[in-house]
Structure formats: C-alpha cells, structure tokens
Design a protein around this ligand. Sequence first.
Ligand code: CP3
Length: 345
Amino acid sequence: MASQTTKPFLRALAGETVSPPPIWLMRQAGRYLSEYREIRATQPNFIDFCLNPEAAAEVTLQPIRRFGFDAAIVFSDILVIPYGLGQKVWFEKGEGPKLDPIALSDIGKLSRDRSREVLQPVGETLRRVKAELPEEVALIGFCGAPWTVATYMIDGGGSKDRFNPRRLAWSDPEGFDALMDLLADASADYLMDQVAAGADAVKIFDSWADSLPDPLFDRVVIRPTKRIVDRLRSEGVTVPIIGFPRGAGPQGVRYAAQTGVTALALDHGMDTGWASSNFPKTLPLQGQLDPAVLRAGGSLLDDEIDRLLSAWAGRPYVFNLGHGIHLETPTDHVSQLIERVRSHG
Ligand code: CP3
C-alpha cells in the first residue's frame, strides 16, 4: 500500500511492509537511562513530573537522541486519567503506584471535564517534542485502556490477579459498565487532545487483558476499547490506533476484528506461528521481543531478534518488545538490538 508519509513507523501502520522494520521500545523513556534518572531526581512527585511539559518533553526525547528510534512516545503515565478525574494517585519509591481505592458508588464524584483540564500540560509536552523531533521520527500519544486503569482504581494499586475488579464486573454489571464508559470517554477526550497537539499515532495499553473469561473480555476489554475508537473516528481523528491487549491470546483475534484498532501490539507470550496464521495478513503487528532476553543480551538476543524478523517478514510489522523494557537493561543491549534489526532487509 502506498502512503504519503516518509516516516517508516507510519508507513508500517498504513499497511506497508517496511524492511528493515521501524523500531521503538515500550517504556523507552525510563530508569534504564542515566539521563532519565538525572531528571527524575529533580522531580520528587511522579504525577507532577508527568504534567511538567519541560521535563516530560526532555525525557521523551532522550531515547531518540541516544538510540535514534523510529518513534517517540510521549512521557506520561496511564494513571494520569484517574488523577485527572479526581482520584488520589501517588507513587512510592520501589512500590509502584498507589491510589485511594474507589467504590463503584463513588463514580459520580469523578469529573471528565476536570480530567480534560488537568491533562492539558500533556498536550504542551507533545507540542514541544514535535518541534524537536527529526522529520522521519513519529510521535505516539497513549492512554491506558479502561479495564487496566480500572483495576488500579479499584484495588488502589497494582493487583496480583485482579480478583476484586473481576468480582465487581460480575456482581454489579451496571455500575462497572458505567465506570468503563466514563473511562472510555475521558480517554477519548485525552487522546483527541494528544492528536490535536501533534501525536501521529496513539496506543491504548490494556496491560491486564489476560485471564478474562470470554463474556468479561467482551464487556471490559472489547466494548470500552471500541467505544474509544468509535469516538475518535466519529470526531474525525484519522491517525492509526494501536491496541495492546496484553495476554489476550486467541481472544486477540476478536479484539482485532471488533474494536476497530488499526494495528495490534503482541506480547512475548503470544505463540508466533499461531499469531501469524490467525491474524489477517494486512493487519499491522508490533512486538514481541521478551524484555528478559534484551536484559540478558549476547548471541541469544541476536537469535531471538532473527526469529522474530523472519516470522514477521513480508507483512506490515514494527519491531518492539512484548512488554516494557526492564529497568536494569544495559544500554549496550539496546544498541545491539538496533544494529541487528537495521542490518536486516
Ligand atoms: O517511555 C514510555 O513508554 C512512555 C512513558 C510511560 C510510562 N508509563 C512512564 C513511567 C508509559 C507508556 C507508561 C504506561 C504504563 N504505566 C502502563 C502500561 C504499560 C505497561 O508497562 O504495562 C502501566 C501498567 C503503567 C502504570 C505504572 N506506572 C506502573 C505499574 C509503574 C510502576 C512500575 C515501574 O515501572 O516503576 C509506573 C511508573 C512509571 N511510569 C515509570 C515510568 C518511567 C517509573 C517511575 C519512576 O521513574 O520512578
């Protein structure tokens, strides 16, 4: 398929087989970079950091300057949405995110208008990054998917098996679906504002889409994601939308067919051969290098890169990890990855 853009990342998302494939890495701005840790040390409050356009733009650009990736992803977090809606969110060192847990009966206290207002600085971050990015590098905006964000809101932080959010989804379908709708609408507002500020593509992270029985997968993953996609399209947003239903396995086929996403990000647990025969050949895919093999490095890293490149040769594909980069990843291993991928094709 021919396309107007010269950005390799956008050509792949438009359905073109780009060889070698464009590269970026999930969570590419972060603690494995000394230059990130330096800025982080000046930003004691993580949410304030996400909403500080100067600092956020700087750390968004760091991995582009150091490695020359084909796409930058705006520095923010999926939990800025609950924060914007009015929930208390904070980050504790070494413990990850904490939230003041909400009950479904509290949803009325959350405000979508407030969220849109509070998240305006992220638009400013995107505008600053856009002004600095090389012509061939694309800019990605993102949000968390309603289900994944809700698991944090309900459990007050990361939860091991999402038992409680699943229980609520079963026991109070009306209340739960109302929360999904609110999150989908606030996320659509947020993504529209990111596109207006210069995002060339957006990604919806459903990091906890695994282990859901079919009826719940349809209700809490597919339906709210489709609501976001439909809203963006009906508002005239045309940029590619990448869905990442991490751990969905075969349910990913339904997700790809029904949500309307442009492209699918695959995790490293997805069977490559199975995925290759079960996803439409025209569907752009992204992933699925194990962050642990990137951390390990050496010749096994080369072998694994080669396996993925040959599995996905001949179709629209973006090279990426199957999940976020591990914070102890040596930067040499990232350079090795880039060299290996770019020497193919
Ligand atoms: O470079 C990028 O990818 C852009 C920035 C980005 C961050 N978080 C910054 C961040 C993105 C895309 C995210 C997404 C995100 N945040 C997800 C979905 C992707 C995934 O990994 O599954 C989730 C589940 C979160 C929630 C979250 N934020 C957790 C669980 C944590 C703590 C775990 C950790 O890695 O520390 C965060 C904090 C966070 N978000 C950091 C960064 C760079 C580290 C915080 C720090 O600097 O102290």
